[in-house]
Design a protein around this ligand. Sequence first.
Ligand SMILES: *Cc1c(COP(=O)(O)O)cnc(C)c1O
Length: 380
Amino acid sequence: MTVNMRMPESLASATGTITVDLAQIVTNWRALANKVAPAQCAAVVKADAYGLGAERVIAALARAGCSAFFIATPDEAELARKLAPQACIFALDGLVGNSAAAFDRLSVTPVLSTLDDVVAWSALSRSRGAKLPAALHIDTGLNRLGLPVRDVRRLAAEPTMMAGVELKLVMSHLASADNPRDPKNRDQLLAFETLSALFPGVPRSLAASDGLMLGAAYHFDLVRPGYALYGGQASQSSPAPVKPAVTVAARILAVADVVPGETVGYSATWRARRPSRIATIAAGYADGIPRSASAPDGRPGGHVLISGHLAPIVGRVSMDLITVDVTDLPEGAAMPGEFAKLVAEGLTIEDAGFAAGTIGYEILTRLGHRFTRLYLDDTP
Ligand SMILES: *Cc1c(COP(=O)(O)O)cnc(C)c1O
């Protein structure tokens, strides 16, 4: 495994780094594929591969043999096609604006969620004299994107609406799969079985990272994990067979003494009750550290790891900076110029999300552009 440092000179002055272990992402994908076999395991790489860099992640997964990718937008489709020329690429947002022609040119499969989109894609297919591929997203209770039951039944009764279209997948999305005990999972499973049966012979997909942990009944022909590929644990009670693939670090800029009675940060929300040492770290809400990770009195906030020791964020998270209490750390553990870890072994993305009243997904996808992204290569 090699560290591919593409910009060593910028690393020397980097305020923060995100280290993405491509080999671990590939290992995670293989473990999930193994778990769901004989169902196929696709990779969800929308939002720049959850903020980690679609360019490197898609290329690595395609090299490993992943042959189906899900992205959301037309721009993401264009990039995915470039990186995975042979793969099946599904565009979850469907026909956004005038993207149909581009999807046709790129051989991207739109995920159709409205009858208008179905009719438009069918018209394009017929005018092209080609069988253009599409996936059908049906709603089974999430009430977000997806054809409502009435429209699914109408489409099944009037197949001419889809004339010329090659239906490659029928899919739906679960609302509460992170909680295996929620009866909504079973309701959606039954609804999906009933509605997808209206399109006999078409491959089916229901589960994302959390859904695939609900058992084989939820796997159908293809599963669509995103978060778990990156080492995220989406299910509240069944750990996925994956390991963390991301480390986030930011530079300690200064370490200072604060005398009892003094306050730290905007609005003076934290007051020293003892002689304290405060480290100021070069990452703030502009870098995706939630302002809600500030610890108001009475609620624990976020932490960072410094030389292996947890240190609590104190005072308000500001735009470029956080302040952490390092009073209890061994002498010399927190040194200006060194890196504090914001996500690492012992401080998961779930921990970071929970401490800020959000989820690991939001932590991951909001990490900003000021972090230098480093990649541990998937190739020896
Ligand atoms: C984002 C998304 C996924 C992937 O979800 P994860 O929880 O990250 O695995 C799968 N399907 C749909 C429809 C999505 O929007």
